[in-house]
Design a protein around this ligand. Structure first.
Ligand code: ATP
Ligand code: FE2
Length: 331
């Protein structure tokens, strides 16, 4: 069967088409670039409302199929920004009703992990999912994906984005910080905050901004921000790996394109004799294909949803979803 997935948890609109064997027939997207300041939920939803129909058409053309060839529509049900999620869900319901095909709402975070497994061949990894809105260390245990560690406040990508905006480098901050960090190897002390298995980035952000006010260079601060934040992530991922005794590590989410982070996580994996995986760039960040693929997995397990069950779930937790396909793939 052929599934169309719509992603719209935050500022990126994505539409992908995937068949039940896991062939990605197309995946197209459009990013909202906020003029100034952060993302406004209403602007994100207007962006989705405008782009979803355009991208659906484009995805079908790229896949060389028509609307009538679709058997299933999937959408990101959460976690995310309320207005953005509601627009995405509305589009998915409209497609489901007009085409008379089943609908499934899926968990966005699991989408990242599953598209990662699909595109890299990783079987049962400890996943480090780092993006603008999420920072989680995820691994499969007892029927579900469990969160072994996560941020207690802001996501790492958000920390980099806010730093970049405040010092006048613009949005998104991750790539800007990465570029500048290459110009320095002078470490400025910044707060390293790991609490148990959880992480905190807001103190790090504040401290970096304060040092900037006192005259520290952007190169030194970018370098130091990365070293500190990535060190924290590696520590928690390493402990999850040791605890679960898994043999694979996967890095995903928009921040996963960062070369320094890749090196650090790869090095740690090597020290533990674990294989290291990163999905291709277009499937690291938010994309429609991951939602279409999650749709296939969920639909095969429990069929379509009733419309009343397609309400968005703003705080949809990673460990709220049964993942029977992981159990069966291990047998
Ligand atoms: P989510 O809904 O999963 O939270 P998102 O809306 O943040 O996702 P993504 O595409 O997954 O979207 O991630 C975007 C984030 O990735 C931004 O915070 C951006 O700064 C960060 N990023 C992009 N490139 C780099 C890079 N080279 N280094 C570090 N961070 C990066
Ligand atoms: Fe995401």
């Amino acid at each position: 069967i052929i599934s169309l997935g719509i992603e719209g948890t935050a500022e990126k609109t994505g539409v992908g088409i995937v068949d039940s064997q896991g062939n990605i027939l197309s995946s197209v997207g459009k990013q909202l670039i906020p003029p100034a300041g952060g993302i406004h939920p209403r602007e994100a939803s207007e962006h989705h409302a405008y782009w979803i129909p355009v991208l659906v058409k484009e995805a079908l053309e790229k896949a060389k199929i028509g609307l009538k060839d679709l058997d299933l529509v999937a959408f990101s049900q959460g976690p995310g920004l309320g207005p953005a999620l509601r627009t995405t869900a509305t589009a998915a319901r409209a497609l489901s009703l007009s085409l008379e095909i089943p609908i499934v709402g899926v968990n966005h975070c699991l989408g990242h992990v599953e598209i990662g497994r699909l595109t890299t061949g990783a079987e049962d990894p400890v996943s480090l999912y780092v993006s603008g809105g999420n920072t989680q260390v995820i691994a499969f245990a007892e029927g579900r994906y469990r969160v072994f560690g996560e941020t207690l406040d802001i996501a790492l990508g958000n920390c980099l984005d806010q730093f970049s905006r405040e010092v006048g480098l613009g949005h998104p901050g991750g790539p800007k910080v990465e570029k500048l960090s290459r110009e320095s190897s002078n470490y400025i002390q910044l707060p390293y905050t790991v609490k148990g298995m959880d992480l905190s980035f807001s103190g790090l952000l504040t401290a970096a901004l304060r040092k900037r006010e006192k005259g520290a260079s952007l190169e030194d601060l970018s370098y130091s921000l990365q070293e500190t934040a990535f060190g924290m992530l590696v520590e928690v991922t390493e402990r999850a790996l040791a605890h679960t005794q898994k043999k694979e590590v996967m890095l995903c989410g928009g921040v996963a394109v960062n070369e320094r982070l890749r090196d650090m996580v790869s090095q740690m994996s090597k020290e533990h004799y674990a294989d290291f995986f990163i999905p291709p760039g277009e499937y690291c960040g938010d994309n429609g294909a991951m939602i279409a693929w999650m749709g296939q997995l969920v639909y095969e397990d429990r069929g379509g949803q009733k419309l009343k069950d397609t309400k968005v779930i703003q705080r949809y937790r990673t460990d709220q979803v049964d993942v029977p396909w992981m159990e069966s793939s291990k047998k």
